[in-house]
Write a protein that binds this ligand. Structure first.
Ligand code: AKB
Length: 345
């Protein structure tokens, strides 16, 4: 008999770390983790199996289907916004073709099992594209269906994959004679910039937030690549994991949409610096905007409206800005680098 498992792609990434650590603690959760790189050894005890490989490798995905009964897929693998601009076509392959492979795998599994397979997909504020800074200032908290004109390859990929998820969940092979077979239960979150104490982000454009903190904790100066007044929504990693788990567990009939915004707090780069300085006396940050990366951040909303998630499945972050810094980020980052920090409640 094939074993029932939960598949997590991009297992080594920021969200993968938090998610695997959590699922590994749950009784009976068999996590099959997939990543291009060897898995962080700290995560191995939480996994049923780790496979080092590529989501573009059809043979590998085929073997997974034959070996496991996949009940849920958390498809986290992607190339983030800054890195994707250096290799847009490669990013498209990973972010879109990779997602297409996983969606097809999910549908195939659902057919075999005769029941829906849960498919959790993290999208991003990068799916938005505000035409100007003035529009960003006027826009306020963006709702899911507004400003959907992303300017980055990553943002285009995320937005398109939101649509692909809807297609595979509801319309896949809609002209086939037999349309009665089960499909995927696609659920998507649009995340703000995520800040983790355990891992450093790689290749994103909202990375200046976490980078400021990790540099300060190591006693290193940081040159911030956006202006001090640049504002984005952010979320502490435990809340990102909580949001994925809550959306995954929500009764299907409560969900009025496939794509939900979730957020915790909105901060300017200058405000992040103040919080970092409060924790690590002597932290040095200079603001040296990179015009091109600045333009990307200026096209993302200063805040997002997550009232649909709050209403449909009871979303609420555990960490507001104070708690995120004083109870999670600062103590954990200080521990990580063996530093003293001032924790202000
Ligand atoms: C990035 O900066 O690319 C990501 C994101 C906002 O999705 N952190």
């Amino acid at each position: 008999m094939r074993k029932e498992v939960t598949l997590i792609t991009g297992a080594n990434g920021e969200v993968g770390h938090g998610l695997i650590a959590h699922l590994g603690r749950l009784e009976g959760a068999r996590v099959v983790a997939l990543d291009l790189q060897p898995l962080d050894p700290a995560l191995l005890p939480s996994c049923y199996r780790f496979i080092q490989g590529d989501i573009l490798d059809g043979m590998l995905l085929g073997r997974l289907v034959s070996e496991y009964e996949i009940r849920a897929i958390y498809h986290l693998a992607s190339l983030l916004s800054t890195r994707a601009e250096f290799t847009p076509e490669a990013a498209h392959r990973v972010n879109v073709e990779g997602t297409l492979n996983l969606l097809r795998l999910g549908v195939e599994q659902a057919h075999w099992q005769g029941r829906p397979v849960l498919f959790l997909y993290p999208s991003s504020i990068a799916a938005y594209g505000l035409p100007s800074l003035a529009a960003k200032e006027r826009a306020g908290r963006a709702r899911e269906d507004e400003w959907a004109q992303p300017t980055t390859m990553y943002g285009c990929n995320k937005l398109y994959c939101e649509h692909l998820g809807r297609y595979y969940a509801r319309y896949y092979r809609q002209l086939a004679a037999d349309t009665s077979t089960a499909s995927i239960d696609f659920r998507c979150l649009r995340f703000p910039g995520l800040i983790s104490a355990e891992t450093l982000p790689t290749g994103g454009t909202s990375d200046y937030g976490p980078e400021m903190l990790h540099h300060a904790a190591q006693g290193e100066p940081y040159a911030c690549f956006v202006r001090e007044d640049t504002r984005l929504p952010f979320m502490a990693m435990p809340d990102a994991v909580k949001a994925l788990l809550m959306l995954g567990a929500a009764p299907r009939e409560r969900l009025n949409r496939l794509v939900y915004n979730v957020t915790s707090f909105s901060l300017s780069a200058g405000e992040i610096y103040k919080l970092v300085q409060r924790a690590f006396a002597g932290a040095v940050v200079s603001f040296e905007p990179d015009v091109k990366r600045q333009a990307i951040v200026d096209s993302w909303p200063a805040d997002i409206d997550d009232s649909a998630a709050r209403q449909d499945w009871g979303w609420q972050p555990d960490y507001d800005v104070e708690r995120a810094f004083s109870e999670y980020l600062v103590p954990a980052v200080a521990r990580r680098y063996g530093r003293e920090a001032t924790v202000t409640a």
